[in-house]
Design a binder for this molecule. Sequence first.
Ligand code: IPM
Ligand code: MN
Length: 351
Amino acid sequence: MSLSYRVGVIPGDGTGPEVIAEGLKVLGTVMHGFELETIPFLIGGEHYLRTGETLPESVLAELKELDAIYLGAIGHPDAPPGVLERGILLRIRFELDQYINVRPVRAYPEMSLPVARVGPEEIDIVFVRENSEGLYVGAGGFTRRGTGEEVATQESVNTRRGVDRCLRYAFDLAREAGRRGHVTLAHKTNVLTYAGDLWARAFAEMAGSYPDVSTDYVHVDAACVYLVEDPGRFDVVVTDNMFGDILTDLGAALQGGLGVAAGANLNPGGVSMFEPIGGTAPDHVGMGTINPLAAIGALELMLRSLGEREAADRVETGISFAVSKMHSMRAGEMGFSTSEVGDLVVEGATR
Ligand code: IPM
Ligand code: MN
């Protein structure tokens, strides 16, 4: 009997639906030996503006029953900042306890890269971003809001359990085939002397149980310099939620742009969510100019996480083929339309 998966699809806003359509097109051509049912969920900015609803409880309950979630992008220019991000995207991450955000940064041969001195072979990093704590928990508040005496606080919450489970994931990943057995912790221990201290102690202790994995520590600001000047020094990089958010955008730029950057919000024992990390790209909506490779890369991550290695490998081959034909990874400069890039991936995946 072949395996059968139920995958929730949230195309979302902006260019989300366009890139998800390409991902599903690719999926249809690499599905062999398993079945996969897609269940659409039309939540997002449009739905919010029409109904005032972000993520209804009934939808949340349905999401918890799935095998995986495939998400396009969430965000709308007419919604107040934070409402959709906190109400949908972060709410799913938190409610489903997707405590790891994995963001691979790798360049393919023949890819045009923004940093001229860095060759594609030097770029093969996996960021492990803590995804359930830190500044993202929304702890803090205002006093005297709107007055000249206003005070706003925003607290970073770091639990030993949360940090340990994130570190353990990173160390296990460094041992996997294809990785180089090295984990770097990026933080700011010289200033964040409480949170940084916890992370550094937990990191040192975890390293003790992985004698075969080498480690180092970099301050997050220095990590930005190294990423541009010497990315080859990084294998697995583990960091907190906020630093991970920022570092992975830099990582995306390094690999050719947000058009190729894919991420996985993982709950290794539960329901995980896979997404392109570029957002809604309002300037490109409906023009056929957005790069679907990030969404297709997210599909690859999803298939790998479901255990469908052969299908995932095919998607990877397809992406590599598409990249070898494209002029640039940047939206509007690809030399192909969104759906033509999807077709190239299909061609490469099914040859
Ligand atoms: C990301 C995004 C989100 C984040 C936003 C949209 C809430 O920037 O996935 O990196 O900050 O995590
Ligand atoms: Mn981000």
